[in-house]
Design a binder for this molecule. Structure first.
Ligand SMILES: Cc1cc2nc3c(=O)[nH]c(=O)nc-3n(C[C@H](O)[C@H](O)[C@H](O)COP(=O)(O)OP(=O)(O)OC[C@H]3O[C@@H](n4cnc5c(N)ncnc54)[C@H](O)[C@@H]3O)c2cc1C
Ligand code: SF4
Length: 460
């Protein structure tokens, strides 16, 4: 069970080791949040580097369009609470985003200072400001008068929470239904502690509860929560269901493969169940693969990432790839797994073959073609799959339509089901999914739901 309260995992937590790798693992402290918080003086000095550009490019580059120069100015004036209000007015999950956003690709990448100097540390300043209010019980926002309208939000990840909080601010009565034991979605269970400890995501949920959002955990649409209940009791429904687990590799020995999301989840909320081998192979080349490799490496494993294309086609961010290389993680490109070797229930290695790249496939990337007679073995006692997540299926998406396997919505986030809206990873059929994009979906969907409810009220 999850140990709460501290912002870093308990370094003395017991770690269960792989049967084949009986050795002393380095402390879990090596996985705790990597960047220290800024101190007030440091934050003011950094804030004073901002040029307060007119028509600031950072503001455009942020998917939630936070008034970045505006909040930085307030930090420079030693008003962190006011800075937090500016941030959270545009992005209620500003504390999470400050930690997990790929700032190099977004706000900081657009900072004009970056061309000749170091960009302003927008993410860290945002974290400094939002951390000051996260656990402060004093209300930051005044709420609109109650409308008497009820909205159900299914899924408590960034999309669902953002939508729920925005609707609560507009005076609607909002209930979130989450199937897991803890709320927060991948911010709680999926993003490695080096970037965001689960405690931050949970503190953010508490902040939203103080806006009036009610959160029910252990309630799963399609299992112990029915469409009938939602549609009878609520005036509108928002689905922020996210995606599923890692799909199987589809090779012999699949049953012995570790699901990359299980590994990350264990190190975040159940460190006692963490299992890491001595020699680990991670299959995949997205950000999750880098995260899994980092966790295993920090716990002392020799790690190789196997990918069937080249570094040019990797879906991981370039800065994540560079980070992995500096960590000492090995890469084998143009290599695809053929079978996991399992003896007596223990993983002994990953049989691979070399590939060459051909014409583009459906994803637009060159199709890997096996090279005849090129099979070889990588010795390993653990194989971790990190090849993406399965698309939404089952009763929770009953009656909806799909685009490339993702839930289809119109430009107002409406699904095919009347009064049902959706957002976040579950609708992201193109481009890279990210927390800040899910937050923006939730915010825009809340506006669309508010308009829909107002129209209903006018008609009524
Ligand atoms: C390992 C990993 C690392 C990542 N790292 C980063 C990062 O560093 N930076 C970044 O920007 N993005 C990162 N991402 C992507 C980011 O986490 C997602 O884009 C974001 O969480 C999507 O939010 P969401 O609300 O759509 O879905 P989720 O966060 O997946 O939340 C969906 C929620 O819905 C619940 N749910 C699902 N079905 C039901 C049901 N039937 N009934 C009730 N509840 C249900 C789930 O339990 C879950 O809590 C990462 C993703 C992964 C997998
Ligand atoms: S939400 Fe993310 S992209 Fe936007 S300003 Fe904050 S750290 Fe940058």
């Amino acid at each position: 069970m999850f140990r709460s309260c501290s912002f870093s995992p308990d370094p003395s937590a017991e770690v269960t080791m792989s049967d084949t790798a009986i050795r002393a693992l380095p402390s879990l402290a090596s996985l705790s949040e990597s960047l220290p918080p800024m101190q007030p003086y440091e934050a003011q000095v950094e804030a004073n580097r901002c040029l307060y550009c007119f028509d600031a490019p950072c503001l455009q580059a942020c998917p939630t369009h936070i008034d970045i120069p505006g909040f930085i100015r307030k930090i420079a004036q030693a008003r962190p609470r006011d800075a937090a209000k500016t941030i959270l007015s545009a992005n209620l999950l500003g504390a999470t985003c400050s930690r997990v956003c790929p700032v190099e690709e977004l706000c900081e990448g657009a900072c004009v200072l970056g061309a000749s100097f170091k960009p302003v540390s927008i993410g860290r300043l945002q974290r400094y400001a939002t951390d000051t209010v996260l656990n402060d019980p004093r209300p930051l926002f005044s709420l609109a008068a109650p409308t008497g309208q009820r909205v159900a939000v299914v899924g408590s990840g960034p999309a669902g929470l953002s939508c729920a909080g925005e609707l609560a601010k507009k005076g609607h009565s909002v209930e979130v239904f989450e199937k897991r034991e803890l709320p927060g979605g991948l911010s709680t269970y999926g993003i490695i502690t080096l970037r965001e400890p689960a405690e931050v995501a949970l503190a953010e949920v508490e902040f939203l509860k103080r806006l009036g959002v009610v959160v029910h955990t252990g309630r799963e649409l399609g299992a112990n929560l029915s469409w009938d209940e939602l549609e009878d009791k609520f005036d509108a429904v928002f689905l922020g269901l996210g995606l599923g687990r890692v799909p199987p590799l589809g090779i012999p020995g699949d049953e012995a493969v570790t699901d990359g999301l299980d590994l990350v989840e264990a190190c975040k909320v159940e460190p006692g169940s963490l299992k890491v081998g001595r020699r680990v192979v991670v299959v995949g080349a997205g950000n999750t693969a880098i995260d899994c490799a980092t966790v295993a490496h920090r716990l002392g494993a020799e790690v190789t990432i196997v990918y069937r294309r080249t570094d040019a086609e990797m879906t991981a961010y370039p800065h994540e790839y560079e980070f992995a290389k500096t960590e000492g993680i090995g890469f084998r490109f143009l290599t695809q797994p053929v079978a996991v070797l399992v003896e007596g229930g223990l993983v002994k290695g990953l049989k691979c073959q070399e590939v060459e790249l051909g014409a583009p496939d459906a994803s637009g990337r060159p199709q890997p073609r096996p090279v005849a007679g090129s099979e070889f073995l990588i010795d390993a006692d653990q194989v971790i799959a990190a090849i993406g997540q399965t698309k939404p299926t089952g009763a929770s998406v009953e009656g909806l339509s799909f685009e490339k396997g993702y839930v289809a919505v119109d430009d107002q986030f409406r699904t095919l089901r009347p009064k049902v809206f959706a957002g976040g990873d579950a609708i992201r059929s193109t481009g890279a999914a990210s927390t800040v994009m899910a937050v923006q979906d939730g915010k825009l969907a809340a506006r669309a739901i508010h308009d829909f409810l107002n129209q209903g009220a006018l008609r009524g």
